[in-house]
Structures are given as C-alpha cells and as structure tokens.
Design a protein. Structure first.
Length: 85
C-alpha cells in the first residue's frame, strides 16, 4: 500500500494512490486542493504585479521564477530600465 503524496491517504477500496483512485471523495479532495492552489497562485501574481514598476505591470515578457518567494525575471530590463520602451 502506498500513501498519497498530497493527502497521505490510501484508498481503502482499491489500495491505490488518490490520483489513480476512482472514488469520488478522493477526486473531490484533489480538485479542492488544485483549485485552492491555483487561487493562491493568482493572488501571489497579483501581489507581485502591484510591486512592479509602471512600465512592467502589463509586460508579457515577465517570467515568474518562484511564486512563493515572489521572484520575477525579465530579460529586457537592465539597470532599472526597460530596453523595449
């Protein structure tokens, strides 16, 4: 028996991990976790965008390196200036 890496639950009916399990309860829990994580990521991105300079807020070249530490990278920004504008 293997435990699910996300919830540490083993499906009692089929002894499978939650992602493979066919039970509705397992699927619901996984969907809830995914939805909550996506909401948290969107919130973190909005927070990051608020702290960016004006010229970078709507830039499509931003690359979010690490959302938990709020790190962003842009190849066109050098010495606090945007090379595109």
């Amino acid at each position: 028996m293997e435990e699910c890496l996300i919830t540490n639950i083993v499906c009692s009916n089929s002894n499978k991990k939650c992602k493979i399990c066919k039970l509705d309860k397992c699927k619901e829990v996984l969907n809830m976790i995914d939805v909550q994580q996506s909401i948290e990521n969107k919130y973190k991105i909005l927070e990051i965008k608020k702290k960016l300079p004006k010229e970078c807020k709507n830039c499509t070249f931003l690359e979010y390196i690490d959302l938990s530490n709020r790190k962003v990278r842009c190849f066109y920004r050098m010495k606090d200036k945007c090379m595109l504008k």
